[in-house]
Design a protein around this ligand. Structure first.
Ligand SMILES: NC(=O)c1ccc[n+]([C@@H]2O[C@H](COP(=O)([O-])OP(=O)(O)OC[C@H]3O[C@@H](n4cnc5c(N)ncnc54)[C@H](O)[C@@H]3O)[C@@H](O)[C@H]2O)c1
Length: 679
């Protein structure tokens, strides 16, 4: 499956058709199989109607919809998936049906085909046992709706091979999923605490602790979510909640078992009635009980090594859209309060015991620490992964200090011959954590921002001057600090999804981690000014033509390209080069007299008029002081060494972050267009 050119999905129901849609949306050919033509047709209709909604919302162009649908082949013949690299089954949650299907797939498919199950409640290993290829069986647990929800639990069972796991993770990335690796355990990671969350809501109702509106309000406030458990059950189906809690109860004991009240609601076949008044006096008590259940179960998961604490948090944030994951919530409310709410659950349910890691944290009186940067060495290449996909791998103090530590380990390890930097999920690195900058301005602590930036510069310089090749794997979006990290590496390997951009002048600041300095060394100050002033995206192909990206390959060819690049010489990063003709008008717009024009709100001359007006229009929306400082710095830096250029950038940070426009720009991100005053 090196190219993953063909995937099969069995079952065209709610999940199957959504999985097919997502795969086709990401450019992969997919076969959608069901037992009857009418079910295949229904799957197609589901897909088309969702894509049509996307067109109405402006997410897709009609031509793109046609391309997506053209990548899907509907069938009732299982032979059509025989040569697929991967087959994902999403048929009824019925053990016998799935067993039979696995036997049939094993007999039908190519020996190399990986077979995956989207089961929610059975062990992956049970299906593996039905086949002659247990090493090529894996769980891929999607979340509803699979075309929209980015989370994917990847579940190797005991004898799944490393190669199969690697390919499954690559497939996750190829179709835009944020993968977490989870042990083959009941409920995997997310449902293990999500199902008890639903169940506990019904128990509180049954025990008359509070009415439904109060329970809904408490859940929404504690987890900062849009829908409470009863509303969620109405949307996703009460039978699913009953089925999941029954299986968890059977496997794990009475604490997880379905409440009588939930069973009765299922039998009545009616949705929950959400109307009524919230009783504010009960909200805190209900909230604590939710916390006790969810945090207790999350801690139990970590105790049993079902998932790491970071992946458990990611599962909650990406899959359930909680604003914080369970372990982050524990840190927010403190270990004493966490212990207290979990102890109340331990007292209530005799089969639920205090998780060991909570006892340890309580004894140490310390919060959890999270690892956001991972290091793995494969074939003598060190892979440093910024693993915070829920925040597009944004750089903050913790991430930079962990990046520093992992880089030092990789640099000092005599076994590694090259160091690769990559981002988990869709983005490479989407800049620095804006909230941190805003907080520092509010608290009169811009000096902290300067110190953070200095540390970043020191690290980036070490990456640039490392004795081993340092390679940025730019296979997704990068912005600001992320593009600056890529530029600091000795080489860049990109895929067509890779991009760079400097949006800083549009949020009141200038690129502060060497972006101007290094970009200008590659392509000259004029073109650097164009990209810094406008914030225009630099696609991988353009960056390749400009000599910034060294190689551009499809994702499936990344491992081979990295192997080659790890063995190549790394000299001549900033060698003088020809700027291709198509970029020359952009550079000219930022040359000589045109600069003054641009900075005083006029259109540049000597280039096509529509381009001149477009550039003028874009730049008129940027922060004037940021533009002025970026212009001055890029000029100064042309005459400086890299080290001097870094000092020049650092020297003006206090000044730029003190402007009213910096505060306006930074605090507007994600909320509104900033209104700059030039002050
Ligand atoms: N619904 C969810 O939120 C959710 C979330 C994660 C995982 N899952 C899992 O996904 C799977 C599918 O769930 P769903 O909600 O899409 O079910 P569904 O009932 O909507 O669809 C199942 C489809 O499978 C088809 N099918 C049954 N046997 C088949 C066979 N032998 N060959 C080909 N097609 C066959 C059916 O005709 C039907 O179209 C289940 O294992 C479920 O546990 C569901």
């Amino acid at each position: 499956m090196s190219k993953i050119s063909k995937v099969g999905v069995i079952g065209a129901g709610n999940m199957g058709s959504g999985i097919v849609q997502k795969i086709a949306q990401e450019g992969i050919h997919v076969v959608m199989m069901d037992i009857k033509d009418e079910f295949v047709e229904r799957g197609f209709n589901n897909i088309k109607s969702l894509l049509q909604k996307g067109v109405e919302r402006g997410v897709f162009k009609p031509e793109r919809v046609q391309e997506i649908v053209a990548r899907i082949k509907g069938t009732t013949d299982i032979q059509d998936v025989a040569d697929a690299g991967l087959v994902v089954e999403a048929v009824f949650e019925d053990k016998q049906v799935k067993h039979d299907l696995f036997k049939q797939l094993d007999a039908t498919c190519d020996a190399k085909t990986i077979l995956a199950t989207n089961t929610s409640s059975f062990y992956v290993r049970e299906f593996a046992e039905k086949t002659g290829r247990p090493d090529r069986i894996i769980g891929l647990h999607y979340f509803y709706h699979p075309a929209m929800n980015r989370l994917l639990e990847v579940i190797p069972h005991e004898t799944t091979s490393k190669d199969t796991l690697g390919k499954a993770l690559l497939f996750a990335k190829l179709h835009g999923k944020d993968a977490i690796v989870v042990k083959d355990a009941p409920g995997f990671a997310v449902n293990r605490f999500f199902v008890p969350f639903l169940n506990e809501a019904t128990r509180m109702l049954e025990e008359n602790v509070a009415n439904i509106p109060t329970i809904e309000a408490a859940a929404k406030s504690v987890f900062r979510i849009g829908m409470g458990p009863f509303e969620l059950m109405n949307v996703t189906g009460i039978p699913i909640a009953i089925h999941s809690s029954t299986t968890l109860g059977n496997e794990l004991g009475p604490f997880y078992a379905t409440s009588e009240c939930l069973k009765a609601q299922g039998e009545a076949g009616k949705p929950w009635s959400l109307s009524g008044e919230v009783d504010e006096s009960k909200v805190a008590e209900v909230g604590d009980r939710f916390l006790g259940v969810c945090l207790g179960v999350a801690a139990a998961l970590a105790d049993e090594s079902v998932a790491s604490i970071e992946d458990t948090d990611r599962g909650a944030k990406i899959g359930l859209r909680w604003s914080l994951g369970p372990f982050e919530i524990m840190n927010r409310i403190g270990i004493d309060k966490t212990y207290k709410v979990v102890q109340a659950i331990v007292n209530r349910y005799p089969d639920f015991t205090m998780p060991r890691i909570l006892q340890e944290r309580k004894d140490m009186a310390k919060p959890f620490t999270f690892q956001f940067v991972d290091l793995e060495i494969k074939d003598r290449i060190a892979f440093i992964t910024l693993n915070r996909p829920e925040a597009m791998n944004a750089l903050n103090e913790t991430v930079v200090s962990q990046l520093d530590a992992r880089f030092t380990e990789a640099e000092e390890n005599p076994e590694t011959k090259a160091i690769v930097f990559q981002g988990a999920g869709k983005a490479f690195v989407a800049g620095a954590d804006i909230r941190y900058f805003v907080q520092n301005i509010k608290n009169n602590r811009i000096s902290d921002t300067v110190e953070f930036t200095r540390k970043g510069h020191e690290l980036f310089l070490r990456i640039e001057t490392c004795a081993k090749p340092t390679i940025a794997l730019l296979d997704g979006l990068s912005l600001g600090g992320g593009s600056e990290l890529a530029l600091a590496c000795k080489k860049i390997l990109a895929t067509p999804d890779g991009s760079m951009g400097f949006p800083e002048t549009g949020i009141g600041i200038y690129p502060g981690l060497g972006g101007m300095l290094r970009f200008a060394r590659h392509v000259g100050p004029e073109l650097a000014k164009y990209y810094v002033f406008t914030g225009a995206f630099i696609k991988a192909q353009d960056a390749l033509e400009l000599g910034i990206v060294n190689r551009l390959v499809d994702r499936a060819d990344v491992p081979a390209a990295l192997k080659d690049m790890a063995a190549e010489e790394t000299t001549g990063k900033y060698a003088k080069r020809e700027i291709p003709a198509k970029f020359q008008a952009l550079a000219k717009a930022c040359t000589g007299g045109n600069l003054e024009k641009l900075l005083s709100g006029k259109a540049p001359t000597g280039i096509p008029e529509d381009l001149a007006n477009k550039i003028k229009r874009i730049i008129s929306k940027k922060a004037p002081i940021a533009l002025k400082l970026a212009n001055e710095l890029i000029d100064q830096q042309t005459k400086m060494s890299i080290e001097e250029g870094i000092e020049a950038e650092l020297a003006r940070l206090q000044e730029i972050f003190s402007t009213a426009d910096a505060f306006e720009g930074l605090s507007s991100v994600g909320k509104k267009a900033p209104a700059f005053k030039g002050a």
